[in-house]
Design a protein. Structure first.
Length: 550
């Protein structure tokens, strides 16, 4: 049916007058096929121009999307023509995204991929288009990778996309990226190679060709990434391990390549590489170098050896690593000491050394890390360790150290903790965050020590002082958690009293939260009443408590 004139519509209605013409029987039937043909479909070139125009005007949905799909690559010339004629980068991106849907024109898709303002959905669409173009897409990515003017973000995206293409051509393109003068770009190419199992042999071969220090560093990094993948085969790991052992027996030609070699050894793992890392670390300690590069390499060795411990089935090697870590805990450089604390934390042999470090260390960050590590070794929390943590909580002049030490004591439920918590709770000279932690934790310590009256006393005192002292109001609110921990009639009575006092809405809400944990039947009427409070926080806390107590 050819209409006498064009009709501008996206909808066609077909009306069936008769099922079987001329028959009285009016049964049902099925339409086998209906084709609606538009002017655009009768003229593909005109249709493509219409698509480009609509996309340029931001009207590329519904019918236009269906028309684009039906035309496929035939729409590409018109889209590229519009791209070339436009000076608007956002408009060009819309047109290139349309090309990705076809897909066609891989060079245009790569240009879109280089934009830094891409959303994840846009990047995914472009990647899908390039993969759909197969060899053409890979060749366009490879060619763009050699453009020295590419910004780092775009370069990384190119490498990520190349990593998803099969075949040695993609591997060769990424291998060439390891020679880029820009270290960040070399790193991007190396990361992509580290995802490709077909890159193993080219990487190993590169080490036999007297590579530049930059290429050498990139190869080491890629090998380490390959070995660290969970799906890496044992044969691959063995090949990488042997290559790295050979490299570690020689003097690395640059700091970057030395660093990447150590990283790769740690990522690959195994007793042989652990022995080699230990030898490298010990040599750095014996050398006594205080230059920045030597210290960074020593910190790295210390960290990697900690990650490789414990080494099963090699007690002699384990003891050697422990001796090395213990020496690193006493190293003159605080960065090395911090690495040793982090590496040896959660290892029982290091507990006493960590307690000593907490007592004598001059750098707050090392003390804080020591306290955190001791908190992970609290079964059992021996007297020397407990005393070191108590001293830090009570007297350390760094608030973060004190707070970490107190958190370690409370998480370990250390013996004799109640007096420490009460002391910190009432000491107005100590940091408020430390006192609040004590207020929240004192209930558990009092419960195990039978010291509930001490908590009740301090709660009443904080409430009385809340009008004149904002810190006391915060402490009282924090102590409601301790009252909930204690439970019992007296604690519930104090919580009801605080919840009923409209002078302190923050304390009211905290008390209601505590009552919601205990759910005493005697308090439910009060909680329901406060659900209608004009104070939003109070009403919310009351409704939450009622929901918890159902």
């Amino acid at each position: 049916v050819v209409l006498p004139a064009a009709v501008r519509t996206g909808c066609v209605t077909i009306i069936i007058d008769e099922v079987y013409p001329g028959r009285k029987h009016k049964g049902q039937t099925a339409i086998s096929e209906v084709n609606i043909v538009s002017e655009e479909e009768l003229s593909p070139a005109g249709a493509a121009e219409l698509i480009a125009k609509n996309i340029s005007e931001g009207r590329a949905q519904g019918d236009m999307e269906r028309l684009l799909k039906s035309l496929g690559p035939a729409a590409a010339p018109a889209l590229v023509k519009s791209i070339d004629a436009s000076g608007d980068e956002r408009l060009k991106l819309r047109l290139r995204l349309a090309l990705a849907r076809i897909p066609a024109q891989p060079e245009q898709l790569v240009l879109a991929l280089l934009r830094d303002e891409l959303s994840s959905e846009e990047e995914s669409l472009l990647a899908q288009g390039l993969r759909g173009l197969q060899a053409e897409g890979m060749q366009a990515l490879s060619a763009a990778l050699h453009n020295p003017g590419i910004a780092l973000g775009g370069y990384r995206r190119l490498c990520e996309q190349l990593a998803g293409f099969a075949g040695q051509d993609a591997t060769s393109a990424l291998m060439s990226g390891l020679n880029d003068p820009n270290e960040a770009k070399r790193s991007a190419a190396g990361s992509a190679l580290g995802k490709r199992h077909d890159a193993l042999q080219p990487l190993l071969a590169a080490l036999t060709t007297s590579p530049s220090p930059e290429l050498q560093a990139g190869v080491y990094r890629s090998l380490g990434l390959l070995a660290s993948h969970s799906e890496a085969l044992s044969a691959e790991r063995n090949a990488i391990s042997q290559a790295l052992l050979t490299e570690m027996s020689e003097q690395s030609s640059s700091y970057e390549s030395h660093y990447r070699l150590l990283q790769a050894a740690g990522a690959t793992g195994g007793n042989e590489l652990a022995v080699a890392l230990l030898a490298q670390g010990q040599a750095l300690i014996d050398k006594g170098g205080s230059d920045a590069e030597s210290l960074v390499l020593l910190r790295l060795c210390t960290t990697l050896l900690g990650q490789l411990m414990p080494i099963s089935g090699e007690p002699a090697l384990s003891r050697s690593v422990e001796e090395f870590q213990d020496a690193a805990l006493r190293h003159p450089d605080p960065g090395v000491r911090l690495a040793a604390v982090t590496a040896s934390g959660q290892q029982e042999w290091a507990a006493n050394s960590l307690a000593e470090r907490l007592r004598v260390e001059s750098w707050p960050e090392v003390r804080r890390a020591s306290a955190a590590s001791l908190g992970a070794l609290c079964t059992p929390l021996e007297s020397a360790r407990s005393q070191a943590l108590e001293r830090a909580a009570r007297t350390d002049d760094n608030g973060e150290v004190s707070l970490t030490a107190l958190a370690a004591l409370t998480s370990c439920n250390a013996a004799g903790l109640l007096p420490v918590l009460i002391e910190l709770l009432v000491d107005g000279k100590r940091p408020l965050e430390l006192r609040l932690h004590a207020a929240r934790s004192v209930g558990l310590a009092a419960k195990s020590a039978g010291g509930g009256e001490l908590v009740y006393k301090q709660f009443r005192k904080a409430r009385r002082q809340a009008l004149a002292d904002g810190a006391s109001g915060k402490l009282a609110s924090a102590m409601t958690a301790s009252l909930a921990e204690l439970g019992g009639p007296q604690a519930i009575e104090l919580l009801e009293s605080a919840a009923s006092d409209p002078a302190f809405p923050e304390l009211q809400a905290a008390a209601l939260n505590a009552l919601g944990q205990l759910c005493p039947s005697r308090s439910l009427a009060l909680v329901r009443k406060l659900g209608g409070s004009q104070e939003h926080n109070v009403a919310t806390a009351a409704r939450r408590a009622l929901a918890q107590c159902r």
